[in-house]
Design a binder for this molecule. Structure first.
Ligand SMILES: C[S@@+](CC[C@H](N)C(=O)[O-])C[C@H]1O[C@@H](n2cnc3c(N)ncnc32)[C@H](O)[C@@H]1O
Length: 259
């Protein structure tokens, strides 16, 4: 089932706009960032003063603020121009669903899109079976309100996990766990696995890095964990890596597990 690394690297989604490429280069370049700091001495002093505190501070993504700022576009990297949102979404759809289709029996009818955002992939999930019903949940109310109504998709603003009462044939999690603190994950994953029917499928897609986390992980916005981290987290469903692609130079792994 595992492909070799060479095949994985064939798939690449990158920014097309030359202007945005240059803007991203400047924004992410260490020398430019240093120059900017020097030009803002107050920022520089605050950075030096707070260095130790900031180093250990957990920085969670504020999805409400992010959505107020970027609308539906905030669910992907803001290094991508908004005009390329559909292009990125379509390529991700193609890569993810070609993998998911290799594992479904087409009898799956109850599907959970966990952390659906504005529902980029919710409708595509209904196509797995013409009777399939998708429950698409997200903890950010504003993103749920941006989701377009679709046949056989029910969007739910998730205030508490206990709202998820039924069991599913497929649980689909795309680019969600990297934004959640490591310490909260075991409980969440056990809960999700408990909501999976026998022979049910877990589909997971996450940005990854080769670097192993040394010591306790301190979340800074988005966590780039390694493959082993996710494989261990879902070992109860024998999670396997089935593909990998690059998005704006970030490696993204695709995993599938079965109960
Ligand atoms: C990067 S977005 C991905 C959204 C969607 N899966 C997509 O690919 O378009 C991450 C999403 O996870 C949601 N989220 C964050 N923490 C969550 C949690 N504990 N449970 C469910 N969703 C969560 C956020 O509100 C956000 O919509």
């Amino acid at each position: 089932m595992l492909k070799n690394k060479k095949n994985y690297l064939d798939k690449d989604i990158s920014v097309k706009s030359k202007f945005k490429i240059l803007q991203n280069y400047i924004k992410n370049n260490k020398i430019f960032r240093f120059l900017l700091l020097i030009l803002n001495p107050i920022d520089l002093i605050n950075k030096i003063k707070n260095y130790k505190i900031d180093k250990f501070k957990v920085v969670k993504i504020n999805w409400k603020l992010r959505t107020e700022k970027y609308g539906k576009y905030g669910v992907i990297s803001t290094d991508t121009p908004q005009s390329e949102f559909n292009y990125v979404t379509n390529l991700q759809k193609k890569i993810m669903f070609s993998n998911l289709r290799r594992f479904v029996t087409k009898k799956e009818k109850k599907i959970l899109d966990y952390g659906c955002g504005s529902g980029r992939f919710s409708e595509e999930l209904t196509k797995i079976n013409h009777k399939a019903k998708v429950i698409a949940v997200d903890t950010e109310k504003k993103l749920i309100s941006l989701a377009q109504p679709k046949n056989r998709v029910t969007y739910v603003w998730l205030k508490n996990l206990s709202q998820i009462k039924m069991k599913f044939d497929i649980i689909f999690i795309a680019n969600v766990l990297g934004g959640i603190e490591k310490k909260s994950l075991p409980k969440l994953i056990s809960f999700l696995i408990s909501k999976l029917n026998k022979n049910g499928i877990i589909f997971l897609s996450e940005h990854i890095s080769n670097k192993k986390i040394q010591g306790p992980e301190i979340l800074k916005g988005w966590a780039f964990r390694d493959d082993d981290f996710y494989l261990r987290l879902f070992k109860k469903v024998l999670l396997k890596k089935v593909d990998e692609y690059k998005y704006n130079d970030y490696r993204t792994s695709i995993y599938v597990g079965k109960k």
